[in-house]
Design a protein around this ligand. Structure first.
Ligand SMILES: [Zn+2]
Ligand SMILES: [Zn+2]
Length: 237
């Protein structure tokens, strides 16, 4: 090899130059890949009788890192954070929804051009303070089961892969934006009672199987409840 290098100075220079280019390209591509790949999300929010014990410390203050691991405010903030990350779609299947912070986050998402769909329970949409009806007034389509069976889910899929692909097919001119599929699900209704006082759980995860299966069920319900959306208007004031 060494002898060859000495006898072929021109080819040696070319070989070294080519190798340098290839190696630097590889390093660049690796850095780009690592940066584009968002880290997996797994956040398990537990609510119990201790969730509100720090409430006084939070009143009138901007969100801060609270040491109470069951903190109502911090847990709501974790969900708000996920809504704020949404790039394309938010699909909400929620039995009751009255939390203002979550509605505000949804409004910000709508302003960013995120498409929101909501499935809820008929009785609950019609109850006072329902933020599902607020979403509906903002132009969000709301559907519900036509039967008396309860829509008892509490989950939200953000940028679900199938949904994002679907939206892209509908709007080919839209710029593709990097996004991460996340599902938020658990026992917790989006109400003060659910987040503050009840013993509840809420999991935020980017697990592929979870996000895909919840998205699949949302899409199935959405189709199944297709002709129920018009009824919302009759009871939403
Ligand atoms: Zn706290
Ligand atoms: Zn009604």
């Amino acid at each position: 090899m060494y002898v060859w290098f000495n006898s072929q100075p021109k080819w040696t220079a070319i070989t070294i130059a080519a190798a340098t280019v290839v190696v630097s390209r590889l390093i660049y591509a690796t850095i780009k890949y690592v940066r584009s790949r968002k880290s997996e999300v797994l956040n398990i929010l537990i609510f119990n009788e201790l969730s509100g014990s720090c409430a006084a410390k939070h009143s009138g203050r901007a969100p801060f890192k609270c040491r109470n691991k069951y903190c109502t405010k911090s847990h709501i903030q974790s969900i708000v954070h996920q809504i704020d990350q949404a790039q394309h779609s938010i699909d909400i299947a929620i039995y009751t929804f009255t939390i203002i912070e979550l509605l505000e986050a949804c409004k910000r998402a709508l302003r960013r051009g995120v498409t929101i769909r909501a499935i809820s329970d008929h009785e609950m949409i019609c109850s006072s303070g329902s933020k599902v009806s607020s979403l509906n007034r903002l132009g969000v389509e709301v559907r519900m089961p036509r039967t008396t069976a309860m829509m008892h889910h509490k989950f939200m899929v953000i940028d679900g892969r199938a949904r994002v692909n679907d939206l892209r097919l509908k709007d080919r001119k839209a710029k593709p934006r990097a996004c991460q599929s996340v599902v938020v699900y658990g026992s917790t209704n989006w109400t003060l009672q659910g987040f503050n006082g009840n013993c509840e759980n809420c999991v935020i995860t980017s697990d592929k199987q979870m996000t895909e299966q919840f998205q699949t069920e949302f899409d199935r319900m959405w189709k199944s409840f297709e002709y129920s959306s018009c009824k919302v208007k009759t009871c939403i004031k």
